[in-house]
Design a protein around this ligand. Structure first.
Ligand SMILES: Nc1ncnc2c1ncn2[C@@H]1O[C@H](COP(=O)(O)OP(=O)(O)OP(=O)(O)O)[C@@H](O)[C@H]1O
Ligand SMILES: Nc1ncnc2c1ncn2[C@@H]1O[C@H](COP(=O)(O)OP(=O)(O)OP(=O)(O)O)[C@@H](O)[C@H]1O
Ligand SMILES: [Mg+2]
Ligand SMILES: [Mg+2]
Lengths: 158, 149, 149, 158
């Protein structure tokens, strides 16, 4: 399975619909301080079902919705979609949040529960304790974490 | 089950030793199960040094040891993608080149995406997305460079 | 005494506002005493953005706000020396240049010593000490470059 | 008051006597990962009287003494001396530790207690809660620290 596309709409500083295509090989995301690079990682972690506010650098869940700027009004919805492929099929995972707190998950366009998304990723190394996402400033975390936390990483790789 | 866990630990440990040896140019390291904590201890020693405890490692050496474990986990069970946000920050150019060389191999097994300010990391990338906030507070993707191979 | 404290806070706050304005090119910030915690709250907002809480700032923006407070404390009461270990890590080149420009002024009041991997920081230094471990595990100073002004 | 010289002997990876002269303007210390740069900052913090092991990245106080390498035996003493000047005088602060745990402080060559060193620096911004030393990875600490800790910094500047 490979990641091929990522779509953000109203997620943090990505007010307008923004699409990233990922082709084979290494991709780099660059830009000045505060332009929105780490918000892209937050989008992935959120779409996978993260509900912890500290990991998403927010205080309440609504903080992920674009809250407006000098020239733009705040929005009322945030939506992130992850597109994956394997030898046979294409898959899409989507999460959507409305300002009234309604939270929706979709798997290949069908409305599902978070548990269905987690089952989909079972055994791929992508889960809430995934080793596949290193957030900013956390590279030394593998050395500094407790032995029990490191054990969970090994289990994810099983 | 317990057997699956120890079999996975063995595989990850073998890969970890391989990557520590490569990234620390002859360094040694291991992962060990500790029954007292029901957890995994981690050890790394750059070549020519005597490391008594992991706390003694420098900032860059800790980053390299963490990267070696990350690579071992990816090798043992390649995920659909791997995001790394400014992991090249604490590394000097020489160590970064060893890491980037290793990533080139790994990127055949998993989609690797870096967030970086470092020129060396940009140079090994096939695709570069530039993000700006020309309009205050609104992120936009400005340019995509596809490396000509 | 309490009066001395509030007089110091006023001075540091004035300098903090000045440095936030310079480093964030028109940004705003303040320091405020909070009687509930008997502590000091800190706020910074890059120009053109709406920052509701400091947690929302990016890694580089947090580093810049910290540097602005450090400069305000140095300006209010210059210490005999100031050591900064890889503070340039999270900063992009443009922001680093603003920081280095400000440091040039401050280094007239206090002895500034950087530890860095960044070429831009080396270029503004009058003296550069290179450290190596040619002999395994033993640190030596190898070279000193004195910039010709 | 200005820092003019720093001397290390047997402190962490600085086995041989090492001297740094600081002239006006900015000084940079550069070198590969693990070569001993941050150990120089640990030396300053230690000479000022730091007794916390976490801040010095050690487990026991003896860990600051050079513990040997491939080609060298460990030493039994670590010594750091800081030289300062102001308009009128020169000053020196020295701390020495023996492997048997004996700990000595010197001010201008005379044996003193730690309290005398701390009184010497009173009002200069250099103390155990100093704002003048930013250790590696701690640049964001001013933003992340508790309000009461930030108050202590303001007090140091008074
Ligand atoms: N809900 C939101 N609505 C609008 N803007 C937001 C929202 N949440 C966060 N932001 C903005 O996103 C910016 C941070 O973006 P991000 O952390 O991705 O920067 P970055 O590109 O990673 O920068 P650095 O290089 O400094 O790490 C902040 O300035 C913040 O104002
Ligand atoms: N008591 C000691 N005796 C000998 N060596 C020691 C002692 N304590 C620490 N070291 C060594 O010092 C090294 C770390 O040095 P330091 O943290 O200063 O590196 P650095 O130059 O800052 O590197 P980086 O660029 O990665 O931050 C470690 O590799 C460790 O082995
Ligand atoms: Mg970031
Ligand atoms: Mg260091």
């Amino acid at each position: 399975m490979r990641l091929v596309k990522l779509e953000l709409l109203g997620f943090k500083s990505f007010c307008d619909r923004t699409v990233f295509h990922f082709s084979e090989g290494i991709t780099s995301i660059v830009g000045p301080n505060g332009c929105g690079k780490s918000n892209i990682i937050d989008a992935i972690v959120w779409a996978l079902g993260e509900r912890g506010t500290k990991a998403l650098r927010i205080k309440e869940m609504e903080d992920v919705i674009f809250h407006g700027s000098n020239g733009r009004k705040g929005l009322n919805i945030a939506e992130v979609t992850i597109f994956l492929v394997d030898d046979k099929n294409e898959y899409s995972i989507r999460r959507r949040l409305f300002r009234d707190g309604t939270n929706e998950y979709f798997l290949n366009g069908k409305s599902v529960r978070l548990k269905d998304i987690q089952d989909f990723f079972l055994g791929t190394g992508i889960g809430l304790n995934t080793y596949a996402i290193i957030e900013q400033g956390r590279i030394e975390s593998f050395v500094q974490m407790k032995p029990q936390e490191r054990k969970i990483l090994i289990e994810e790789a099983g | 089950s317990r057997d699956v866990f120890f079999e996975t630990l063995d595989r990850v440990n073998d890969y970890y030793k391989k990557f520590i040896n490569k990234l620390f140019q002859g360094g040694e390291g291991y992962l060990k199960y500790n029954p007292d904590t029901d957890g995994i201890e981690m050890f790394a020693q750059p070549s020519g040094k005597k490391i008594i405890r992991m706390e003694m490692l420098s900032g860059g050496e800790k980053a390299l040891a963490s990267v070696a474990l990350l690579f071992a986990l990816i090798e043992a069970n390649p995920p659909p993608f791997c995001f790394m946000d400014e992991v090249d920050g604490p590394l000097d150019d020489a160590n970064l080149m060893y890491v980037l060389e290793t990533i080139k191999d790994l990127s055949k097994k998993t989609q690797v995406i870096f967030i970086t300010h470092n020129r060396l990391t940009m140079e090994v990338s096939g695709t570069i997305y530039g993000i700006t906030m020309e309009e205050d507070g609104v992120s936009k993707v400005v340019s995509v460079r596809l490396a000509s191979f």
